[in-house]
Design a binder for this molecule. Structure first.
Ligand code: NAD
Ligand code: GLY
Length: 361
């Protein structure tokens, strides 16, 4: 088992990474210090892992809530369903939530934990690669709004993260690839050595080699934990974790939540951000090709899907959380391995990037 800490003073918390962690009773119960426990999961993950996770809490007042699967259900209504059940069962402020699932469940259950009685403890038990390398760490919790992704939310840290890597064996190939988009992101924004390691090991990762996957999860979490410890509330460096996300969120919102996976949208958005970085003179064309090759080897899409015009993009990008007083700000790359803090970019250049990507259809 590999251990990391997210260093946030008296809110510091551990990340455990390894196979079969959901079988480890001491680990599973260590940070769930309440008689009242609610497990939040969905109808894909529940048949796979709920019985095992529940077995550790059969001496508690245990409730489980099984939501419909998918990004389209990361909503205020789903959060209300959790609040309803917490209240119906008279769960108090000391109750603990467990988020068992991918990033959708983690963000949603985390948001519910942040709001219920102004905040109750929760533990992240991520079961997708994307949630193990990114969303379960760092305390960003949210639900979507029809007009913008993750627009309603809170910074609210979990008590612990338990990433059982054995759960990745049941993940669809497409979902594994979506997680790799966020893994590649860490290499691009702050860790050239890791990017180079990914260039050597991508086939092993796609083939789910356990050692390679464990190393990638650990290095990703290490990067994320460092950034979050430096800048928990995204006043500076944390924004770089959004490389490709402004374009990506526009794709997700524009095409309807769930049409393109989050990680896929991030991959496409990353290439758009690379193109823009090139237009501004930071990256070389060969750098864009190098990034694209790695994304393709990770079996990720690299072209903008049909159905979105440059105008659609700009409309959705206008509600990005990095924007300040109506000004669009983007994360661009200085070079492979280093990102700029959010930058205002001339609209004209953004339009050039979008138009040339969309003209490829
Ligand atoms: P997801 O939660 O929808 O999971 C992907 C699919 O895999 C779902 O169908 C899910 O039910 C299924 N699944 C989960 N675990 C499984 C397993 N072990 N075996 C088989 N199937 C399994 O999507 P995701 O990619 O995990 O997360 C995407 C979400 O995370 C987005 O909403 C995104 O906005 C959010 N996100 C948040 C942060 C953050 O910092 N909070 C960071 C990145 C992404
Ligand atoms: N996934 C972006 C962040 O956590 O800040």
């Amino acid at each position: 088992m590999r251990h990391l800490m997210v260093e946030l003073g008296d809110r510091r918390y551990p990340i455990a990474i390894g196979p079969w962690l959901f079988d480890d009773h001491d680990l599973m119960t260590r940070d769930v210090a309440s008689r009242q426990v609610m497990i939040v999961t969905n109808d894909v993950v529940a048949p796979l892992y709920l019985t095992k996770v529940k077995s550790h809490f059969d001496d508690r007042q245990l409730e489980t809530i099984i939501l419909p699967d998918g990004e389209a259900f990361k909503t205020m209504e789903a959060a209300m369903t959790i609040f309803d059940r917490l209240l119906q069962h008279k769960f108090s402020r000391t109750a603990h939530l467990i988020a068992l699932g991918g990033g959708v469940i983690g963000d949603l259950a985390g948001f519910a934990a942040a709001c219920y009685q102004r905040g109750i403890p929760f533990v992240q038990m991520p079961t997708t690669l994307l949630s193990q390398v990114d969303s379960s760490v760092g305390g960003k919790t949210a639900v979507n709004h029809a007009l913008g992704k993750n627009m309603i939310g809170a910074f609210y840290q979990p008590k612990a993260v338990i990433a059982d890597m054995s759960t990745l064996s049941t993940l669809k190939d497409r979902e594994l690839s979506a997680g790799l988009a966020e893994v590649i992101k860490y290499g691009l924004i702050r860790d050239l050595q890791f990017f180079e390691w990914l260039e050597v090991n991508m086939e092993a990762l796609v083939a789910r080699d356990p050692e390679a996957l464990a190393s990638a999860v650990e290095r990703s979490c290490q990067n994320k934990a460092e950034v979050v410890a430096l800048d928990e509330r995204e006043m500076g460096e944390r924004a770089t974790l959004n490389l490709g996300h402004t374009f990506g969120h526009a794709i997700e919102t524009g095409l309807g939540y769930g049409a393109v996976l989050h990680g896929e949208a991030v991959a496409i958005g990353t290439l758009l951000a690379a193109d823009l970085s090139c237009r501004l003179g930071y990256l070389k064309v060969t750098d864009i090709e190098r990034i694209k090759r790695l994304l393709i080897r990770a079996r990720l899409p690299t072209t903008v899907p049909p159905g979105l015009s440059p105008h659609d993009f700009l409309e959705h990008m206008a509600v990005d959380k990095k924007n300040v007083e109506g000004q669009l700000r983007l994360i661009l790359l200085k070079r492979i391995g280093e990102a700029h803090l959010p930058m205002q970019v001339e609209l004209n250049l953004i339009l050039q990037t979008l138009s040339s990507a969309i003209a490829l259809h």
